[in-house]
Design a protein around this ligand. Structure first.
Ligand SMILES: NC(=O)c1ccc[n+]([C@@H]2O[C@H](COP(=O)([O-])OP(=O)(O)OC[C@H]3O[C@@H](n4cnc5c(N)ncnc54)[C@H](OP(=O)(O)O)[C@@H]3O)[C@@H](O)[C@H]2O)c1
Length: 254
């Protein structure tokens, strides 16, 4: 394998890696040699995913905590510093969705999505950066969304959070780039995961996505891994503040 994309010796934390895109990203990083810390809310689901990766011969361990819990987040990053002495790669992937017509939204619904999809990413990036800056090296990769650029009805907090995460990616890149920590985002289009169960169950919407996306189909979770591996690797040493769309051409077209 080309050493340009090789991640051996790198410690990578992937949030929300028990399933879906997070698991696929964790698998891709691990397949390229990284030691992956697999996060999810429960020890059971984090351990199950870590065991799956270890079964494939990769280096992985579970690190369960809720990304919306500030105390647990600080403790988790401190534990990484204690046990590994470093954190090279953070993938801010954990996220939630809430769909409802506007009049049915409560303030609490909006805040819950913003907390999970934006505030938690800010907090994790700040805490990870403290560890990364000590060594003058780091890669922070935020999982944004096509919805950060283009809107759909009913997903108000999600659209606001993802647009905010794209903005946060750029401000972090501006501040941390000069000190060796590169910050980028990947913006997926429509992928077949649990998050989109309701959409996948609607034949009309499923077909609309296929017609609207130039490659003519939904994304498959493993198709996100390459962009994250690239951003984490030495192939991307001059890439900072970028938002890479992995969406089959969705956001390039009308
Ligand atoms: N699927 C798409 O089409 C799509 C498109 C654009 C962007 N994205 C983004 O990609 C990311 C992953 O999406 P997905 O489709 O893979 O979602 P998913 O299938 O619903 O998986 C979500 C993951 O996040 C974890 N999680 C949720 N809340 C958490 C919390 N508070 N703390 C820690 N972990 C938490 C879940 O783990 P547990 O339940 O085991 O705790 C699970 O591993 C999200 O940021 C999403 O917004 C997805």
């Amino acid at each position: 394998m080309s050493s340009l994309f090789w991640l051996e010796q790198r410690i990578a934390l992937v949030t929300g890696a028990s399933r879906g895109l997070g698991f696929a990203v964790a698998e891709a990083l691990a397949a390229h040699g990284a030691h992956v810390l697999v996060n999810a809310r429960t020890t059971e689901s984090a351990q199950r995913a870590a065991a799956q990766l270890k079964g494939l011969g990769y280096a992985a361990e579970a690190l369960a905590f809720d990304v919306t819990d500030a105390v647990a987040t600080l403790e988790a990053i401190e534990k990484i510093r204690e046990v590994h002495g470093r954190l090279d790669i953070l993938v801010n992937n954990a996220g939630i969705q809430h769909r409802a017509p506007l009049p049915d939204w409560t303030d609490g619904d909006f805040e819950r999505v913003i907390q999970a999809n934006l505030v938690a990413c800010f907090r994790l990036a700040r805490e990870a950066a403290r560890v990364m800056l000590d060594r003058g090296f780091g890669r922070i990769i935020n999982i944004g969304s096509a919805v950060g650029f283009l809107a759909r009805p009913t997903i108000h907090a999600y659209a606001a959070a993802k647009a905010g995460l794209h903005g946060l990616t750029r401000s972090l890149a501006a501040e941390l780039g000069p000190r060796g920590v590169l910050v980028n985002a990947v913006a997926p289009g429509f992928f077949a995961t649990d998050m989109n169960e309701a959409l996948l169950g609607d034949p009309e919407f499923r077909t609309w996505v296929e017609r609207r996306t130039p490659v003519g189909r939904w994304g498959r979770p493993h198709e996100l891994g390459g962009a994250v591996v690239f951003l984490a690797s030495d192939a991307a040493t001059y890439v900072n503040g970028a938002i890479i769309c992995v969406d089959g051409g969705l956001t390039a077209t009308m």
